[in-house]
Design a protein around this ligand. Structure first.
Ligand SMILES: C[S@@+](CC[C@H](N)C(=O)[O-])C[C@H]1O[C@@H](n2cnc3c(N)ncnc32)[C@H](O)[C@@H]1O
Length: 296
């Protein structure tokens, strides 16, 4: 038995190969291996798995050890707007960087272009990292990128990151679940395409026994508060606005569901923000530890 490379056009696979020359002792290099070897350009440019890596919510010390190690083992890093500058500062000078940042309504690079870029870079034989804020598989479109790579026959690996809800709630002193207050937690997106209304199951979300975390909810904060109240959630339910969580400029506002829109507008909140809605938010007044004074 020996091994041969099989080219599928886009990638190389190593497979077991029953060699008719095996044991003859007549050849130094098995002719089967010569015939089956991949084309020279693929040998020159072996395809490495694209690493889909979570950078966490901002504090560089929340990077996983694996993510940290890979920063200096790859050739090129395609990164998002949400990756903190302190994390970018950990990337060695010789590693190429490509900014693929996105804003909710103002995409710098379309998702299709990002997908194509990752595949194209991998085909050049470079070690490619796709670095994203939080976790790549939580509202990070990491699944779409992974599917595109699969379709292109390019291998990939995922390095999970601390998703912002977990990281920012912890740094705001809000346990997302707590006995007697919340027996579950739900993550939803508050972002819609264009002017479309939010397509969420409001009746189910208006549950006083679970915590609701809304990612990307700033533009639709009025609708989110109004719909939850309309579907029966008490307007006095505690609500937290977690802005730039885990970062030196972290800001936390503690308010009520009814006052959530006013709090956001009055404080002119800008930048990455999560809403946490539920009884657990009331614990922040006792559990806040990060050094900032929660306002509200
Ligand atoms: C496109 S989603 C990406 C989520 C990311 N994949 C994750 O797991 O956290 C971007 C949203 O995540 C939230 N977010 C990310 N980092 C944050 C931070 N440091 N503070 C507050 N919210 C954050 C905000 O709601 C922001 O609009």
């Amino acid at each position: 038995m020996s091994a041969v490379f099989v080219s599928t056009g886009q990638s190389l696979s190593l497979v077991d190969h029953v060699c008719p020359c095996a044991g003859s002792g007549l050849t130094l290099v098995c002719p089967c291996l010569i015939r089956d070897k991949p084309p020279m350009d693929e040998l020159k440019n072996p395809i490495h798995p694209v690493m889909l890596v979570g950078a966490g919510p901002g504090d560089p010390e929340l990077l996983t050890m694996k993510a940290h190690r890979l920063l200096s083992e790859v050739d090129v890093i395609v990164y998002d707007r949400l990756v903190a500058k302190e994390i970018l500062a950990l990337i060695p000078k010789e590693v190429e960087r490509v900014f693929a940042g996105k804003r909710a309504s103002n995409h710098y690079m379309a998702q299709d272009d990002i997908n194509a870029l990752l595949a194209d870079l991998a085909r050049t034989g470079k070690r490619v990292m796709r670095l994203k804020g939080g976790d790549p598989f939580v509202f990070g479109r990491g699944g779409e990128e992974a599917l595109h790579l699969v379709q292109q026959g390019i291998p990939f690996e995922v390095v999970p990151g601390i998703t912002s809800s977990a990281g920012c709630a912890a740094y705001a002193g809000i346990p997302l679940t707590h006995r007697g207050m919340a027996h579950g937690v739900r993550f939803v997106t508050g972002h819609t395409k264009g002017d479309e209304p939010l397509d969420l199951d409001w009746r189910s979300l208006a549950d006083p026994n679970t915590t609701l975390v809304v990612y990307m909810g700033m533009t639709n904060v009025d609708e989110i508060a109004a719909k939850l109240i309309e579907h029966g959630l008490d307007p006095a339910t505690p609500a937290g606005v977690l802005n730039m969580g885990t970062r030196p400029n972290q800001k936390t506002l503690i308010t009520t569901l009814a006052d959530l829109p006013n709090a956001v507008h009055d404080e002119a909140i800008k930048g990455a923000t999560l809403f946490v809605i539920g009884r657990v938010v009331s614990l922040a007044k006792d559990l806040s530890w990060f050094g900032e004074i929660p306002q509200g």
